[in-house]
Design a protein around this ligand. Structure first.
Ligand SMILES: [Zn+2]
Length: 598
């Protein structure tokens, strides 16, 4: 099966190991690097090896003895520039390694170069990567599909005074000469290649867990993520040994476009989870769960993305239940369901983009990755759990992870495995349950498990009291977590008046809150209701935060009206240079942003 998003032909020649040497140049915002790939030939007649690349300037290609190898650069496919181009290298019978010298483009999509001003401590510039889904090829020539795994070693040179970290065995202290060596002994796919460079400090949390962040922030981050070790221990208890040695988290500057990225041994995380009350740590449980679902058993290509994300959301919730209790986990499940319903509503109930098994072959995979894979996937697994009972389902999942460790998985292989190991042995229980409707069909099937949250019921009571005239300050909101506040704000009536919003704002200080999740839903409502007192704070928020999940709904809420559109364009013009490519890519399309407007 060919990966529709890669030019490489690992069925003919694949790679098994990478030796990477790189100089990080903040002056030119480029990497000058050498990627030496060890080859695995699957045919004696193989005469070339093909790599994916996008925007790289190739300077040399040689074999293990330093002898020059012929190579050619292909041309981009019509209408699919995001794939980049193939780099085909001629190989001989005795070619064991191919060593590619190159420089990255200053615009490389995976790399975000921040000036010192864009960091928290403002002393040093910062660099981080985001390779998923198909951006690794913008900083390393590679066989850039999740189906190809390799080990790696790296030597990275950065300016003195800065720390470099990778998805590998990492240093905990800044080296004097800016030289760092990395080793990843477990085989990983290219989308898990990661690098971060900056003024970064380390603080341990537990036995094999810890946090990296800018020096002035590392204590706050370590306090917020204090439960990491417990999460890791609970996760191991559920689905088997953690396969990666250490588990650390780096809290990045605010332009990181995602909540988190499950880079092995070192999760990359947004600072928007540092809420000050430990209420947004589900994200760490999520990225940690990927150490099994995704990093250990990996989707074969991006059409099978739900095998990574659906399993991870399910697993994340199980970890949260272990650490914080069922009431807490139930809130998260209800929020997932609400998000899922909203996405199905937006795409249309019969849209093929609401299938678990996606068809992204002709598209940039990043465009097709919605929360369907995450939340519909998780609810499908909950249906399986509900059908056979938790005990049997846990045994099934434990065995699934352990028996497919360091392998790829596609939807059809999983369905066959599910059939043999769960459905057949529990035939009677599965009577009348059509799993294909979930995987290959649209929308939310009728047998979707129903979750009730006791804690949300209390929020709904408070909301009813408010509607009946109880002043906001007298509502029982004691001990509410972020999730309860989200429930409250999202349930406010569409026709809420400016006076009512002012009263709520006075009681609860939503406008200007440091909790980005709360800020995001409040600002979305403010934009819909044209509640202008929040506008300056919305401007500040959009210029300070680069997490795509927060940006998209706010810009969308603005562009509905003429004046809103003008406001959106004004803010975007200023904020765009601070956003990562991944966010820019989505927002440019949504706002109809023309490059020339820059
Ligand atoms: Zn995930």
């Amino acid at each position: 099966m060919r990966d529709p998003h890669s030019f490489s032909r690992p069925d003919q020649v694949s790679v098994s190991h990478l030796d990477w040497l790189a100089y990080v140049d903040f002056g030119t915002t480029t990497l000058t690097a050498n990627a030496t790939w060890t080859l695995d030939k699957h045919s004696d007649r193989a005469s070339q090896v093909i790599f994916d690349m996008n925007g790289l300037h190739i300077t040399s290609v040689v074999d293990q003895d330093g002898d020059t190898l012929e190579y050619s650069l292909g041309i981009a496919m019509e209408g699919r520039p995001y794939l980049g181009i193939p780099l085909s290298v001629e190989i001989r019978e005795n070619t064991q390694k191919v060593s590619i010298g190159y420089t990255t483009s200053p615009n490389a999509a995976a790399l975000q170069w921040l000036t010192a001003e864009q960091t928290r401590d403002k002393k040093y510039p910062f660099l981080f990567t985001q390779s998923q889904a198909i951006l690794a090829r913008t900083w390393i020539p590679c066989q850039d599909g999740p189906g190809v795994r390799f080990t790696y070693e790296a030597q990275v040179e950065v300016p003195p005074g800065m720390l470099a970290l990778m998805s590998a065995e990492n240093p905990q202290h800044i080296s004097e000469d800016g030289s760092y060596h990395f080793k990843m002994e477990q085989r990983i796919p290219s989308y898990l290649m990661a690098l971060a460079v900056g003024d970064i400090a380390y603080k341990p949390i537990g036995r094999n867990t810890g946090v990296y962040a800018e020096p002035s922030y590392v204590d706050a981050c370590a306090w917020e993520l204090a439960d990491m070790q417990d999460m890791l221990d609970q996760a191991e208890g559920l689905y088997g040994e953690y396969a990666w040695g250490r588990y650390d988290v780096i809290v990045l500057p605010p332009s990181f476009p995602f909540g988190g990225m499950e880079n092995p041994r070192l999760t990359f995380a947004t600072p928007t989870i540092i809420a000050g009350d430990r209420s947004l740590t589900a994200l760490v449980a999520h990225e940690l769960a990927h150490s099994w679902s995704g990093n250990l058993v990996t989707n074969a290509n991006w059409n099978d993305f739900w095998l990574n994300e659906g399993f991870t959301v399910y697993f994340e919730n199980r970890i949260m239940e272990k650490v914080y209790g069922k009431d807490y986990a139930d809130m998260l499940k209800v929020l997932e369901y609400n998000d899922l319903s909203a996405t199905v509503e937006e795409f249309g109930k019969s849209s093929s983009d609401t299938h678990l098994k996606l068809e992204l072959s002709d598209r940039d995979p990043d465009d097709g990755m919605s929360d369907i894979a995450y939340n519909k996937g998780a609810y499908f697994l909950r249906l399986l759990e509900q059908t056979v009972g938790r005990e049997k389902f846990d045994v099934f999942l434990h065995t699934y992870f352990q028996s497919h460790a360091f392998e790829v998985m596609d939807t059809e292989t999983f369905v066959a495995y599910l059939q043999e190991h769960l459905i057949e042995p529990n035939k009677a229980a599965f009577e009348g349950i059509d799993i294909n409707a979930w995987i290959y069909g649209p929308g939310i099937p009728d047998n979707c498990p129903v979750v009730v949250s006791e804690r949300f019921n209390l929020v709904d009571s408070a909301l009813a009291a408010w509607k009946n005239g109880t002043p906001p300050a007298e509502l029982n909101t004691k001990d509410w977590s972020t999730h309860e506040w989200l429930r409250f704000i999202k349930s406010l009536p569409d026709e809420i008046t400016a006076d009512q919003m002012t009263a709520l704002d006075q009681a609860f200080s939503f406008t200007g809150t440091g909790n980005c999740e709360v800020a995001d839903v409040w600002y979305e409502l403010a934009l819909h209701r044209q509640y202008e007192p929040a506008y300056p704070a919305i401007d500040t928020f959009l210029c300070a935060v680069g997490r795509r999940k927060f940006l998209t709904p706010l810009y969308k809420a603005m562009i509905g009206t003429e004046s809103g559109k003008a406001m959106a364009m004004d803010i975007y013009k200023r904020a765009r240079p601070t956003y990562h490519y991944v966010a820019v890519n989505t927002l440019d399309a949504m706002l109809g942003w023309d490059q020339e407007e820059r």
